[in-house]
Design a protein around this ligand. Structure first.
Ligand code: 7PJ
Length: 278
């Protein structure tokens, strides 16, 4: 595998673990004052993530939490574009955009975003075509069902086999659209239509996905799988469990770790990386 990924005008080196920092965008406020404060808060947060060592900033405006209300394409554009432009202007970091919307992909690409991150793996109408047009790398994430209902009754015969088959099919679909295979990254989608047991199987057998010979991205930061392991720990009490999960993922082959806690995660995965290189 080529461990250098071209992300627009930047090159991402994947020869050691890369941290993708999650940039929060607070929900819309209708007044202009609110909008300014929102942008200001996002920029302060971006500054912290970059200072802590994030190589990628993942910006998303759609909440994919179970029970979240869906956002319209226009709301996504209104929230994201000002943040992308401001972040691009101030920081040299690669920007990733967490979206399933073709219009958002195109608008973001024209503003210098370096990576597309789609939790629906380009299955929305027009997404394959839009992603192909951008020439950007794309993270294809697996989800069973839809965000609103995915945690109701996740079921698999064999979670590893089924996600492998899904990746196979999405890679084919991308290539049929003219997207070069080397532009793709894979993510098993921890917590997206998975029970704790499914998530643990995926973490334990993450190295099975090395056969695709594509970079693997993982995101477990603050997720409910950690809360479940810790017998009900709330979101703000899941840091140490998340660090442990991140280190295990890197030991099992993950190249990129998506997290809210950049500095701590970077240090945790450095141990796994040192071990792999020893
Ligand atoms: C993921 C994501 C993930 C990728 C979210 C949350 C939910 N993108 N976007 N992988 N999770 N690629 O952060 O709790 O796991 S949003």
């Amino acid at each position: 595998m080529d461990l250098h990924l071209t992300c627009g005008d930047k090159v991402l080196d994947l020869s050691s673990p890369v941290i993708m920092g999650v940039l929060n965008i607070t929900p819309d406020s209708f007044s202009d004052g609110g909008r300014f404060l929102q942008l200001d808060a996002a920029l302060n947060h971006a500054e912290l993530l970059v200072a802590e060592g994030a190589a990628i900033l993942d910006i998303g405006a759609e909440s994919t939490r179970p029970n979240a209300t869906p956002v319209t394409e226009q709301q996504e554009l209104d929230r994201l574009l000002p943040v992308i432009e401001a972040v691009k202007q101030r920081f040299d970091t690669i920007i990733s955009i967490d979206t399933s919307s073709p219009a958002v992909m195109l608008a973001a690409a024209s503003r210098g975003v370096g990576l597309l991150n789609d939790v629906r793996a380009l299955q929305r109408e027009g997404a394959l075509q839009a992603a192909a047009q951008t020439q950007l790398p794309i993270c294809l994430m697996h989800m069973q069902g839809q965000p609103t209902t995915m945690q109701q009754q996740p079921r698999y015969e064999d979670v590893i086999d089924e996600i492998s088959a899904f990746f196979e099919q999405r890679i084919e679909a991308c290539m049929a659209q003219g997207i070069a295979r080397q532009r793709l990254l894979l993510d098993v989608g921890f917590g997206f239509g998975k029970t704790l047991n499914h998530n643990l199987q995926l973490l334990a057998h993450l190295s099975d996905f090395k056969v695709f010979d594509l970079p693997l991205l993982v995101g477990m930061s603050r997720k409910s799988m950690l809360g479940a392991i810790l017998q009900g720990a709330p979101v703000d009490q899941r840091l140490y469990a998340g660090l442990s999960a991140a280190a295990i993922a890197v030991l099992n082959g993950a190249h990129i770790v998506r997290t809210h806690d950049v500095k701590a995660t970077k240090e945790a995965v450095a141990v796994a990386h040192a071990l792999l290189n020893s």
